[in-house]
Design a protein around this ligand. Structure first.
Ligand code: GRF
Length: 222
């Protein structure tokens, strides 16, 4: 498959996936103002920033919030020069208090939508209602299959031959909000958790900017 950036080489059906109906090719005006939440490695966070820098997604990441001090996502933000705020969940009284502080920081930073890119905490209504229909999550399975922890391991355990990743809106039910976009990958007979996770990650990096492009269009059309 051609690189995502090379839209001219794609066949019409691929273009339909990558360019939402009504897309004028000019991007968003103004660009999407994003907040990102991450707990670990942060490869999806960096993939979004790279899509922005390549001009494939008209957006700005206003703020990254991490809950694990020193995690990979924080180090990537430092390298990329993106503002990063550390909110160690262990220092907060409970989930709601953490989420209220998250909302405050994102609103202060001017974020109009939030992407949970590997945020390994359950979120509360305080966050969900502060960003109605504008809180997204990426999950490493083809939802509604294999919700919750270890979507990759669950898929292997179940013996499915196709898995993938899903970008969805966040609701109170874990990994059960409306689906925005999905990508499928084959599961090979000799796959390990690591090899399958790697294949899914690769697709996640492609899918997340596409999903934002799609849903951002609807946000801009109000
Ligand atoms: C991804 O597999 C995502 O689907 C899940 O957490 C993982 C984060 O990976 N929610 P990374 O930190 O972006 O590399």
């Amino acid at each position: 498959m051609p690189a995502f950036s090379d839209l001219s080489q794609q066949n019409p059906s691929e273009q339909a996936l990558l360019q939402p109906a009504g897309w004028n090719g000019q991007g968003f005006d103004p660009p999407l103002q994003l907040g990102v939440m991450a707990s670990g490695n942060g490869s999806n966070f960096e993939a979004m920033e790279m899509a922005i820098r390549r001009g494939e997604l008209a957006a700005t990441i206003r703020l990254l919030v991490v809950n694990n001090p020193g995690c990979g996502a924080q180090r990537r933000a430092e390298r990329l020069g993106i503002p990063c705020s550390v909110m160690d969940h262990r220092l907060h009284q409970d989930r709601r208090e953490l989420d209220r502080e998250l909302v405050r920081r994102f609103k202060d930073a001017g974020a109009e939508a939030i992407v949970m890119a590997g945020w390994m905490r359950i979120v509360t209504n305080d966050l969900i209602q502060a960003y109605p229909n504008r809180l997204l999550n990426i999950h490493p399975s083809l939802l509604p299959s294999f919700r919750g922890l270890d979507g990759v391991g669950q898929a292997l355990q179940a013996g499915v031959q196709i898995s993938g990743c899903t970008v969805h809106l966040v609701t109170e039910d874990l990994d059960a909000g409306p689906i925005v976009a999905q990508a499928a990958v084959p599961v090979m007979a000799d796959d390990t958790r690591t090899s399958l996770a790697e294949r899914i990650h690769h697709e996640e990096h492609r899918l997340l900017p596409i999903a934002l492009m799609h849903i951002g269009q609807s946000w801009r059309q109000g």
